[in-house]
Design a protein. Structure first.
Lengths: 257, 257, 257, 257
């Protein structure tokens, strides 16, 4: 059974030269580079994975991938990049069916990565103190077809966590150390704490807070990604490189008191 | 409802000093460091996440995490490390419900990472030309409680792929370029090809094969992970570091012919 | 005895806010940002390391450092960066009094680093097939006060080397492998060959050519430099980073035939 | 004119299979692997760069390179590696004829790199509070034929610097920040301060001390070196890699008060 384009979907169109064009079906009739004038709503109901004709041109219609969703999201805060989101999902053993708390929601990029990992029967609970960030992130999650896996709260995680028996708590806030003891209480035995911070001093304070609680396997990593350029001239690392994203700290809760 | 220890499970025990001990419940009565003499079968039926008494000591009983499963697996081939498995899952948009082909199975480490991402309703189809590798890997998958998501075939992927409409094809073989055109045919429109190779010449041949087919967004990455050591003396990167794992190449199939 | 500004020198001026301004004394009267209108020739004869008054402002007058010389040089080709030049000088054991051959001269940046290491009694012989590059580089060397240590030849190093008993041969050309056997003949016993190349295939061909000759200790390195940003907010690696410069291959000639 | 082996030299012998053997001519008659029984004193007076016969075998006799000297030195403290010494020499613009202060001397490895750069007419003044380190390092310097360029003092650099108008001050001590104001006073206008520290907190305190003085261009770097392995199977980065050496901070003194 073929999946069809739903209202407000972002879709991927591939033209005959294999160029990729993202179209937001919630937009108004407009001229889009590589397509021409189009009313995006006419795409609703079309079958993903099939060929369609717009004007005189033919296009392949694709579901955006997780990468497309992350690259396409409207940012209003520094986002956690896919390389770090990938490690967080792996090292925290995020799996379908889990209940995971995240604070703050930012633009929703990590939320998208987490929600796609706990689907179809898990939940992300996302705290943020800024209502406008929650609204913005939820729009991104809705377009990514993942909002049904996310519950939000306007709440400061450093003042406490309402939930208990959580599979993981992920902290992307300026002062993660202030939420470490709340996280310990809210985690199940066998649950993971994770904190993402760009600065060394944040890492140090967080690790010291973790050492005050009954966590084990506290480790901090930095993920460096290099692209290799393969061309007919030869192969070399890319000159373009992001020098730093952030440090990612993990710890495992292993007992109750 | 609490999950209980099943036959052949590997379980995690945490003692009162917060030391971690892995126990294979399929083993025989033996002296295990940190526990004493134990018949591992007596753990079957116990509740995960609870405290239990063995001899005069108390232990917390935990489900092994994905990391524990990967670290604990019996290796008979060089494995794909979690940092690379994490990126493969993310960049190939592996999600619950997908059908993904992997070749070869090796020790099953990538298979574990992929199976846990397509569960509870997806399938990994794994090809390998060496029956003993398949048998070995499936033992690891069974202990990781993931074997129900994996189908295996004694088959050389460079001679063709039986399946079609796949969400992703992941190649961890010495000559991935020889399977690129088969992968293109077997992928759905919008499906990802991935190849993992330690050598530059393998990357070059694979990228050139990819450029012969109707793939887009062909990119090659190297993932470098540095651990940061935070101690009371101060913070610094770890002196211990693995200099290289492998290069990971991705490409997206966007059309039929 | 104080050193004074010579004709055509590039000088460093530091204003009272500790801002740094480079002035080329061969230039014409002009308005220079941070100074005002100045005839640069009026700086000739002043003492380096002292304070001087220009208009109503006071400045410290400094000799440019090796770093200033390298940053200030007029480029007409991709230059070898200080991190790589530093390793070349160290690993080839470049010392005062040596005779070192370099090909090609490019903009003269490596030539400056090498000349400053063989001074005051050594010589750099620099080959290039493009006369205009030699002229340009020698202007840079003259301004760096190092031209007296450099001899140039319009010559293709892959067609042979006139000199013999050299302490080192440094190849920064697109096809270093084609000069490897010439370099072996021209080196003294105990002399170093070095090749700098951005591409893996260049490294491979050069290493294979080296293995055909009586060289030992053939090693290839990549130098990655990360800047750390220390601010009142905290410390982190710089986001800005150059992903790649080039691979540097070294080999030691240890015998005659 | 050929250079001959002097008393106490360490020499390099290359056998006919191009294997390299280091021999200390100050040693006693002994069996040396690859040579057989030899009285090292018989090598004294032989010509470097020539072939000689020992027993029934022929060897090439070579002067050790700067790399050999650094690798061969007897260590009693963690040494500064060539990659960092190379950057220190380059970024501090160390050149023949300069007067440079170093503290502490450690095993003398950085001292060797600095002394070879200021020779034949410059001086390294080296402070250390441990007389036995000075004695040990000076033995290494003597064997490297560089002791004539080095003056030592049993002195704590954080208590003051006797010299003035120095070209550079290099600090390799646990608390470099405590010597920053002394270094400022002792440097000439246009002179460089450098501090080498493994820990982030050391970098932070040093940078803050530098910001209290009239220095400019304060920058901190980390040098990461990867070896590339080129074999007949293909090319890849080495699996073996040192994850961290230290952070290197530089600053330039540009004015008197």
């Amino acid at each position: 059974m073929k999946q069809t384009v739903q209202q407000d979907d972002i879709v991927v169109l591939i033209d005959e030269s294999l160029r990729k064009i993202l179209v937001d079906t919630s937009g108004k009739t407009d001229k889009i580079k590589g397509i021409g004038v189009i009313d995006p709503k006419t795409l609703i109901g079309q079958c993903y994975g099939e060929k369609l004709t717009i004007g005189s041109k033919q296009f392949w219609l694709l579901v955006p991938s997780l990468q497309d969703k992350l690259q396409g999201l409207r940012r209003q805060a520094q986002i956690i990049l896919p390389r770090d989101a990938a490690q967080i999902r792996m090292n925290c053993s995020i799996e379908p069916g889990q209940r995971v708390l995240e604070a703050g929601i930012g633009s929703g990029s990590l939320t998208i990565a987490l929600a796609s990992a706990v689907a179809p029967n898990g939940t992300i609970i996302s705290y943020d103190i800024r209502e406008e960030f929650i609204d913005h992130a939820m729009k991104n999650l809705k377009q990514a077809h993942l909002s049904q896996y996310v519950t939000t709260k306007i709440k400061d995680v450093t003042e406490g966590i309402d939930e208990s028996d959580l599979d993981a708590v992920i902290l992307d806030i300026p002062n993660p150390w202030a939420a470490v003891s709340h996280a310990w209480k809210a985690l199940k035995v066998g649950g993971y704490l994770c904190a993402y911070s760009p600065l060394i001093s944040q890492v140090e304070q967080t690790v010291h807070a973790i050492q005050q609680e009954r966590f084990i396997e506290c480790k901090t990593y930095e993920n460096i990604q290099r692209e290799m350029i393969v061309s007919k001239h030869g192969t070399r690392p890319s000159f373009e490189m992001l020098g730093h994203t952030g440090y990612v700290t993990f710890a495992l809760k292993v007992t109750t008191l």
